[in-house]
Ligand binder design. Structure first.
Ligand SMILES: [Zn+2]
Length: 119
């Protein structure tokens, strides 16, 4: 026997939320964006022209790793809550990295944080 469970009332999610759709933008990991932001300015001022990207890849938000089709859209984005949150996040301590994941999985050096009683 198969088929749908007759008791299932909740409809299948439709992935209409923006967070769910973000996958298609191929967002880099936070640690990658963070690394990008740490680079010296002369390494990141020139955006390569890419015809496949919106606006030829010339309107880019480094913090969110997103491209925009024109400067107006980019400006709009800079005003969004999401973007501001993102900047705050990138200004703070380093985001979760692969190293953290390895450590959490029991690989690599154990790090118990800085000693609180360093006298
Ligand atoms: Zn942004």
């Amino acid at each position: 026997m198969g088929g749908k469970c007759p008791h299932r009332k909740v409809k299948k999610r439709r992935y209409s939320h923006k967070t769910d759709r973000r996958a298609k933008f191929l967002v880099k990991g936070d640690d990658m964006v963070y690394d990008e932001l740490k680079k010296p300015d002369d390494q990141k001022k020139d955006l390569p022209v890419n015809e496949d990207l919106p606006g030829m890849g010339q309107y880019y938000c480094l913090h969110c790793d997103r491209y925009f089709s024109n400067v107006a859209v980019q400006d709009e984005h800079f005003k969004t809550k999401h973007h501001k949150k993102r900047i705050k996040q990138m200004m703070g301590p380093a985001p979760h990295t692969q190293l953290d994941a390895d450590l959490a999985a029991g690989m690599g050096m154990p790090d118990n944080g800085p000693k609180l009683m360093s006298m």
